[in-house]
Design a protein around this ligand. Structure first.
Ligand code: F6R
Length: 260
């Protein structure tokens, strides 16, 4: 797991990395699509702005399939705060990509467990996730894998913690009672099977989670620590988010060589 501490625009750096990965992907009959896992959330908005800009400059998504990390249970797809709405508003409405290339969990499926199993199978059918992009919760969650999530967990139904519900209330007029209490999410095991992982972290509210990610031993109390054993994870953080990581922790610029 590598720390990339930067004052540069994290959304731009991450979008540049995605762009270069898509451009260098060789589509074959057996492996036609680059599989990109995508987050929602405040940190991702800037990233999508840059991806849209790259699209306008000529980046093609024709050989890309996307899988979103998670979705609320019980919120209609058209609700402004559903992750479906978020993705179309911030990315999919602005690039050329077909419905068949977009995968988002259906939080209103009649059989939620089956929906999760199908999602895992579909990812496998495409050869697994090539590049996983995520944010991080204040409590160290990745996707909606809250503290206590098993390290080998797969896509499943989860209960959100009070911590996450209150953090997300800002998107629901600060009204906690409107925030869904359950979600569907890729599991930590799903994420661990991705070939590459990038986690974006900005602001002081994420500093405790990053401290545990880099300075603490692996523990399900801090889900992000699962990534300590992932062979190719970059946590890209601004100074405020990286503030509690000791100066002796290895900083690496592995990401830099891949971007313009
Ligand atoms: C969203 C997701 C979450 C967020 C995390 C950070 O799809 O999976 O794990 O990435 O809660 O959210 P922000 O960026 O709003 O701080």
């Amino acid at each position: 797991m590598y720390l990339i501490e930067t004052e540069d625009n994290i959304g731009f750096l991450t979008a540049s990395y995605i762009k270069n990965r898509i451009k260098s992907f060789v589509s074959t009959k057996d492996n036609p699509y680059f599989v990109l896992a995508l987050p929602t959330g405040g940190t991702a908005i800037n990233l999508y702005g840059h991806l849209v800009k790259f699209y306008k400059e000529g980046l093609s998504f024709d050989k890309v399939v996307t899988f979103n990390l998670d979705e609320y249970v019980g919120l209609s797809e058209n609700h402004p705060q559903s992750y479906h709405s978020f993705m179309f508003k911030n990315l999919f409405n602005h690039i050329k990509i077909s419905k068949e290339q977009i995968n988002i969990l259906n939080g209103n499926a009649a059989n939620l467990e089956q929906e999760c199993t199908n999602y895992e199978e579909k990812m496998k059918k495409y050869g697994g996730i090539d590049l996983f992009i995520g944010g991080i919760g204040r409590n160290g969650h990745i996707a909606f894998n809250e503290p206590g999530s098993a390290f080998n967990s797969k896509t499943r139904v989860v209960d959100l913690t009070p911590n996450t519900i209150s953090a997300n209330a800002r998107f629901f007029n600060d009204d906690i009672s409107q925030v869904p209490t359950r979600a569907l999410t890729m599991g930590l095991g799903t994420i661990m099977s991705a070939k590459e992982v990038i986690i974006m972290a900005t602001g002081a509210k994420k500093s405790q989670a990053l401290y545990h990610a880099f300075e603490d031993k692996q523990s399900t109390s801090w889900p992000v620590t699962v990534l300590q054993k992932h062979p190719r994870t970059f946590i890209i953080a601004d100074k405020a988010a990286a503030a509690e990581i000791s100066k002796t922790t290895k900083r690496d610029c592995g990401l830099c060589s891949f971007i313009n």
